[in-house]
Design a protein around this ligand. Structure first.
Ligand SMILES: *Cc1c(COP(=O)(O)O)cnc(C)c1O
Length: 370
């Protein structure tokens, strides 16, 4: 039986292998490995791509969020509104600052933070909101920004899954006060290792993150602030520059595949992704919903089709957050038990897609037998 992988990076990289090897050789020959010309060039190119004034490369997406919160001076005693339905990094960054994540439930249609639920979570301690563009679908930023403006809050986008996504024609990463993103290899724009970046139009925030990522230092051996060591390295920046050139065409392929899946699964009985008319998602993942998710997943596995659950346990149910365990966040908990991410990557072939659709159809038929 042919296997359908969840993600085939090897296939993706084989198309651009020569360029990646040339980039690696260029860095090796330059003998410059940390904070050099590749990082500088990538920061300019990615800032331009996202339509923002500044990009600062850092070690990973979690650190990008953490350093941004620090740069915005979020700290102990502060509360930050976060989606209850997100990858745990969004929460961890808040906790790392000594601030408190306050969960807000999503919209049932988009799985993204519900702007109408922000008011109930607001307290005098609230300092910031971190909307996440989950699965590559932009959060509804206009009402979020309006709410933030009314209450003097900072808006930090978690744009780790949304490279290239558009909200009302504007790119994710330039929709709030600042944004954090990740170049983890599996993201739409992925490095060949860890990487991340901060995006902002605010020169002072960008400057603070530049200090914080590099031991709190701008001039070597001078340390005005207590910083960290979390830099995007030259090798990863060189790889990212190659891959940035393909991002739009890969995202186009993702859109085509998503539309193929949606058309073919209309009668499957599964909950399918719903896209508001103002959104052009980056389609990081193609996520379906079923109350019989675990049985469906096992069935697909038997047919050689590999799927992943993003995410099986929400942050408020994690052992590291015992103080949240009494909370009942029913939509988030339902989603965690029902979502399933189908095989999805730009190089997915029509044949592979058909194999997935056929197996899902078989599951539906088996389901209807008495
Ligand atoms: C991947 C991801 C992160 C963290 O990025 P890393 O580079 O893995 O630290 C943060 N938030 C979301 C939503 C993510 O998907």
């Amino acid at each position: 039986m042919t296997q359908v992988p969840f993600l085939d990076l090897q296939q993706l990289h084989s198309e651009i292998r020569d360029s990646l090897e040339a980039a690696a050789r260029r860095v090796l020959d330059s003998n410059h490995f940390i904070l050099g010309p590749e990082v500088e060039a990538f920061e300019m190119e990615f800032a331009q791509y996202c339509g923002v004034g500044h990009c600062v490369g850092v070690g990973n997406g979690l650190d990008a969020l953490h350093l941004l919160l620090r740069a915005h001076e979020v700290g102990p005693g502060d509360e930050v509104l976060v989606p209850s339905n997100t990858f745990i990094a969004t929460w961890l960054a808040v906790s790392q600052c000594g601030a408190t994540p306050v969960p807000v439930e999503p919209l049932a249609q988009t799985y993204n933070i519900n702007p109408d639920a922000l008011a109930a979570a607001l307290t005098p301690r609230t300092r910031a909101i971190i909307p996440v563009h989950l699965y590559g679908q932009p959060a509804d930023m206009d009402p979020i920004n309006a709410f933030a403006q009314r209450h003097g809050l900072v808006v930090i986008e978690d744009a780790a899954q949304s490279h290239g996504a558009l909200y009302k024609g504007r790119r994710a990463g330039g929709l709030g006060d600042s944004a954090a993103t990740s170049f983890y290899p599996g993201k739409n724009l992925g490095a060949l290792g860890d990487g991340g970046a901060v995006l902002t139009n605010d020169a002072s925030i960008a400057g603070k993150v530049r200090l914080l990522r590099n031991y709190g230092s701008r001039v070597k051996y001078e340390h005005p602030s207590i910083g960290y060591n979390t830099r995007l390295d030259e090798m990863q920046a060189a790889f990212l520059r190659v891959k940035l050139g393909f991002l739009d065409s890969w995202n186009f392929q993702r859109r085509e595949l998503a539309s193929r899946y949606t058309t073919q699964l209309l009668d499957s009985g599964l909950g399918l992704p719903w896209v508001p008319d103002w959104a052009t998602p980056a389609w990081h993942l193609y996520v379906v919903r079923s109350p019989r998710r675990d049985a469906l997943r096992a069935h697909l596995e038997k047919h050689g089709i590999h799927t992943i659950v993003h995410y099986p346990t929400p942050p408020h149910r994690q052992a590291c957050y015992p103080e949240y365990s009494h909370l009942s966040l029913s939509l988030t908990e339902t989603l965690a038990s029902e979502v399933l991410s189908l095989p999805f990557f730009p190089a997915l072939t029509e044949q592979q897609l058909q194999q997935v659709v056929t197996a899902i159809t078989l599951f539906g038929h088996a389901d209807q037998r008495p």
